[in-house]
Design a protein around this ligand. Structure first.
Ligand SMILES: Cc1cc2nc3c(=O)[nH]c(=O)nc-3n(C[C@H](O)[C@H](O)[C@H](O)COP(=O)(O)OP(=O)(O)OC[C@H]3O[C@@H](n4cnc5c(N)ncnc54)[C@H](O)[C@@H]3O)c2cc1C
Length: 290
């Protein structure tokens, strides 16, 4: 989705590693940790206005937390690939320029992984290192009806996008949650309906779970088009981010509806059964395309 608020990225070779400290840690739900980070280097970060702005958190090559400051780009230039830091991608849920802090909400998703377990065990005072932010999306003012679609990993980007909408915006947010407890309060314009869908992003995820979001989106669009005869597909914008397999049928739905390309922001945030390195590597293969 092209947008004037797209970030200007420094060229490769000039992307600094940022080093902040955790100032606050809160459990938002039993499966989501919020960290608020800040420090002297906050002012060096090249922020952008995208509501899906994201950073690449850095961990050492064996997945353990970094305790000393690193320069990720220099390491990539100077050290063999097996010593490069591991990255994990996270949305900036909030950037508070006055307080000079940024907030990240991390899904912990069981015992597996690097960032999830780190989120559980990290403490106030620990170092957070990252490169970025990047980003690509900002709600377009010409959209008459917005649809936000995703699982808990996309909840930070959806929540931030809802907060950026004009007061008179209308639309729907369809969010997959594994339990009642994941249904956190969201600030949103009155005309945007929040619909929580019971799914399963963990062990035992089924074909039905994979189709949950696309089926709900198809129904919501159909409902809206028949309720408002003046609304056309060209007035609708869809922001759908989340588990890769759940995003694929949304691409099919968008082409069936002939949703204009610029009205669709579609992105796989993770893939069931894959660690992030595998998920990123598969983007070059047929299976990795959403
Ligand atoms: C642009 C972008 C923004 C993102 N923003 C956020 C964000 O704000 N908050 C957030 O929590 N995630 C976000 N994600 C997703 C996050 O990067 C992945 O979930 C990542 O794989 C987590 O790393 P890990 O080390 O915990 O698990 P990994 O080591 O990558 O994976 C270990 C295992 O856990 C599974 N797994 C990974 N993530 C999940 C999940 N969310 N639910 C269930 N199982 C999972 C994998 O399939 C794998 O089997 C974002 C991704 C992208 C691309």
């Amino acid at each position: 989705m092209s947008d004037p608020k797209r970030p200007t990225r420094p060229p490769k070779g000039q992307r600094p590693t940022h080093h902040l400290r955790i100032l606050e840690k809160v459990w938002v739900t039993k499966d989501m940790v919020r960290i608020v980070a800040g420090g002297d280097e906050f002012s060096d970060i090249l922020h952008n206005e995208c509501t899906d702005a994201y950073v690449k958190l850095l961990f050492s090559h064996d997945g353990t937390p970094l305790t000393e400051p690193i320069d990720a780009e220099a390491l990539r230039k100077e050290r063999p690939a097996e010593e490069w830091p591991i990255t994990r991608t996270y949305t900036l849920r909030q950037v508070d320029k006055e307080a000079q802090t940024l907030t990240i909400d991390l899904v912990t998703h069981g015992e597996a992984g690097v960032a999830g377990p780190w989120a559980k065990s990290c403490k106030v005072g620990d170092m957070v290192q990252f490169v970025g932010p990047g980003g690509a999306y900002y709600p377009r003012p010409e959209t008459r009806w917005h649809a936000f679609v995703g699982d808990a990993s996309a909840l930070p980007a959806i929540a931030r996008s809802l907060e950026a909408l004009p007061k008179d915006a209308s639309g729907v947010a369809l969010i997959e949650a594994n339990s009642e407890e994941e249904r956190i309060p969201l600030a949103h314009p009155e005309g945007v309906e929040i619909i929580w869908l019971e799914g399963n992003t963990g062990t035992g995820r089924t074909e039905e779970d994979i189709l949950l979001l696309s089926n709900a989106l198809a129904e919501a669009i159909e409902r809206q088009l028949s309720a408002d005869p003046e609304l056309t597909v060209a007035d609708i914008a869809v922001f759908a981010h989340g588990e890769r397999e759940a995003m694929k049928p949304i691409r099919k739905l968008a082409s069936r509806l002939e949703l204009p390309k610029e009205n669709l922001s579609l992105s796989g945030y993770w893939a069931y059964g894959r660690i992030e390195q595998e998920f990123q590597a598969e983007k070059k293969l047929e299976i990795g395309k959403v």
